[in-house]
Design a protein around this ligand. Structure first.
Ligand code: AMP
Length: 473
């Protein structure tokens, strides 16, 4: 299929051709005609599917009837409002709007918190047809009367599931109440959990449902591998993998802001250029970190789940889970940062004994077991054996699985990770894939070529005393 068959205008086709896209992705092929018809849409599209162009292209086409070159702000009221959960995603969506709309005289801008509001006010004052915003900052503008939403014809909620997770539902409701009742609504979400269903029932009129991949399906072109390793050896293993495999442009996920900062510093000490991106960093620091990473000046970007939302880095070859996320869906989001729009990618996870339950949750969601690779010299359990020899007899306790914690979200009444209670040790005897541990003969030196390491079950995790950890690092 080609973009030409979707009913897009010459200006938009030209902009798409400039991007080098050879054809629409499945979400684009399905969503573009529906949006052009003026229908409401509920799009179940995971990250990396090309969903931004899926709504931005037809949205621009619908607004093009209003396109004008007048200098009067009154001639450029906000006609499309796109809400996103994070600043990074907001910036990237607006960049896409600019990219696809470059041959149309339509204006756009982006507003988000954490930066001075004055420049945003100036941009809004001059008039824009497309406004991309995070909910909190948009409401600041509403309160200051620096934005008028009474002419909005199209509302897009991008990554709606994430916005609800972050506690934005009341803000979204307040914003919707400010919009004209008659409008077109597009809601995109990687998952259709209960609250999303409720919101869509309230917000959408007779929507067309488009789901391009099973909601919990991981991108098929992403190779996923688990590296079992002791908690305290994770950083060494990561540094070893990066160096020995000559990995470049590695996006590493950390559950906590503190963990992200510390890991980046430690990697630097190991001689690997690294930076971090998380909610405690200023917008300027985040932008700079991302720019350095994109430019290849730093090799590793350590990010928290929230900060990584919306990072759009073309052809990212490798994603590393330094620790596993508490919520299995976050795993899908994380690995969706690689293998984007058809290119292949690799996602590796460093998993210690404390995380076996999380791994089991992820595998049960994926409905498959992920392959394990043990790196010689980093076999899990070595620490336990040393501890046992030293007479340390703490063994994994049997205990109930802790209740699932709501995600701690940046800026939403929670600090990432730090609010999550240390997980009691998991009963490893229940872990389905563990076979009796072989006794390691000796500490083996790291092999030169890790890709040739044997695929083995996790050994020795059974014996490992649980390391209490509140932040997974
Ligand atoms: P998204 O899922 O919207 O975040 O898009 C993911 C990536 O896919 C972005 O880097 C886009 O530039 C890219 N992309 C979007 N549409 C296409 C397409 N039709 N062909 C190739 N790449 C695309």
């Amino acid at each position: 299929m080609s973009f030409e068959t979707l009913g897009l205008s010459a200006e938009l086709l030209r902009a798409v051709a400039d991007q080098g896209y050879t054809g629409p992705t499945p979400i684009q092929a399905q969503a573009i005609p529906v949006v052009l018809e003026g229908r409401d849409l509920m799009g179940g599209a995971q990250t990396g599917t090309g969903k931004t162009a899926g709504f931005a292209l037809p949205l621009l086409q619908l607004l093009s009837v209003h396109a004008n070159t007048s200098t009067s702000p009154a001639k450029h009221p906000v006609r499309a409002l796109i809400l996103t959960p994070t600043r990074e995603l907001a910036v990237q969506v607006e960049e896409s709007v600019q990219t696809y709309g470059k041959y149309l005289p339509l204006r756009s801008t982006v507003v988000f918190g954490g930066v001075n509001i004055k420049e945003q006010i100036a941009a809004l004052k001059s008039g824009v047809e497309v406004l991309v915003a995070t909910p909190g900052r948009l409401l600041d503008h509403v309160e200051q009367k620096t934005v008028n939403l009474s002419k909005v014809e199209i509302l897009v909620l991008d990554e709606a599931d994430r916005m609800l997770d972050m506690g934005f539902l009341p803000d979204i409701k307040r914003i919707i109440a400010l919009l004209p009742a008659k409008r077109q609504n597009l809601l995109f979400s990687a998952t259709f959990a209960g609250e999303i269903k409720k919101l869509s029932d309230q917000m959408l009129t007779d929507p067309v449902l488009i789901e391009v991949a099973h909601r919990n399906a991981a991108a098929e072109n992403v190779t996923q591998v688990i590296y079992p390793v002791d908690h305290e050896r994770k950083r060494d293993l990561l540094a070893h993998l990066i160096k020995s495999e000559n990995m470049q442009q590695v996006l590493v996920f950390s559950r906590t802001k503190h963990g992200a900062s510390r890991l980046a510093q430690q990697l630097e000490q190991d001689g690997i250029s690294a930076t971090s991106i998380h909610g405690d960093k200023s917008q300027q620091q985040r932008t700079q970190a991302l720019a350095e990473f994109k430019a290849g000046t730093v090799r590793v970007l350590v990010a928290t789940d929230v900060a990584a939302r919306g990072l759009d880095i073309d052809q990212l070859p490798l994603v590393v889970n330094f620790d596993l996320p508490h919520v299995p869906e976050d795993y899908i989001h994380r690995i969706g940062r690689t293998g984007r729009a058809g290119s292949s990618g690799e996602a590796i996870s460093l998993v210690c004994a404390d995380e076996l339950r999380m791994l089991a949750d992820i595998e049960s969601m994926l409905k498959r077991e992920l392959p394990r690779k043990i790196v010689p010299g980093f076999e899990p359990g070595a620490t336990a054996q040393i501890a046992a020899r030293a007479g340390f007899t703490d063994r994994p306790r049997r205990g109930p699985r802790p209740a699932e914690h709501p995600r701690n979200r940046e800026g939403q009444g929670g600090r990432e990770g730090s609010g999550v209670a240390p997980r009691p040790p998991v009963n490893f005897l229940d872990a389905p894939y563990v076979t009796p541990p072989p006794i390691p003969k000796a500490v083996v030196q790291p092999a030169p070529n890790l890709r040739q390491t044997a695929k083995k079950p996790i050994p020795a995790l059974l014996m490992r005393p649980a390391a209490p950890s509140s932040d997974g690092n």
